[in-house]
Ligand binder design. Structure first.
Ligand SMILES: *[C@@H]1O[C@H](CO)[C@@H](O)[C@H](O)[C@H]1NC(C)=O
Length: 230
């Protein structure tokens, strides 16, 4: 009986001990490698245009990720073997940032990348969140990624909760996230986020009525979600 208990405690510890930390500069390279192995290949919009193969790097996605990491507001889940099990990359969004980013997008020589970010920027620009929520900055949760090996353990949910605490600590009044797939949409909703607007992928078409981003099921729409903090 006692032995049994010890065993189950041991396994509980073994499988459930995950530490959540703000990502330090010295682990940025490891985070990029994690994204190459997971998010870059798995994210529904990347997948729809075949942006990169698993393990492959991507110049613009990596630039974008590093720039976000440099705000020092991103959070990682670290296993007891010190592996990165999951990350959420959080940045600061200020008035005019999206307009500037959209303009800069035209200079990027990668049509697939431009297609993805054109949708994301245009979708975000439908509402001036700074005016709408009376804020001067938003905590922007731009990438949520969990290693395949560690999925189904509630890590994404904990990453979002830890980010919320961090945002509060830094005085943010609004969390925002663009969720491109059903899994992240479910997680943000269960964390108390609300949908500001959404775009069905099969209604996002060009002049010839062709679907621009043929996203695979079960993902059907892009959602812009937010959560007010006070
Ligand atoms: C992030 O942390 C690094 C290392 O501590 C520091 O050099 C850098 O200035 C910080 N960046 C911001 C935006 O605070």
């Amino acid at each position: 009986m006692v032995l049994c208990l010890c065993f189950s405690n041991f396994f509980f510890f073994f499988f459930c001990s995950m530490e959540y930390q703000v990502i330090p500069v010295k682990r940025f390279d490891e985070v990029i490698e994690h994204l190459r192995q997971n998010f870059f290949a798995d994210e529904p919009l990347n997948k729809a245009v075949n942006l990169c193969k698993r393990g492959e790097g991507h110049k613009y996605l990596e630039e974008h990720s590093l720039k976000t990491l440099e705000a020092n507001l991103s959070v990682m889940a670290v296993s007891d073997a010190n592996e990165i099990a999951g990350v959420v990359l959080n940045g600061i969004l200020r008035p005019g940032d999206l307009q500037a980013a959209k303009k800069k997008l035209q200079t990027k020589d990668d049509e697939k990348y431009r297609k993805i970010f054109q949708l994301l920027y245009d979708h975000n620009l439908q509402t001036d969140i700074f005016e709408y929520f009376k804020i001067d900055k938003a905590f922007d949760m731009s990438i949520l990624s969990v290693d395949e090996k560690f999925r189904g353990k509630g890590i994404a949910k904990h990453l979002v909760e830890n980010s919320e605490s961090l945002a509060k600590k830094h005085g943010f009044k609004l969390l925002k996230a663009d969720a491109t797939g059903v899994f992240s949409q479910k997680i943000f909703k269960s964390a108390g986020f609300e949908v500001l607007h959404e775009q069905y992928y099969n209604k996002y078409v060009d002049n010839d009525n062709e679907i621009i981003l043929p996203v695979e099921s079960p993902h059907i729409k892009l959602q812009l979600l937010y959560k007010r903090l006070d």
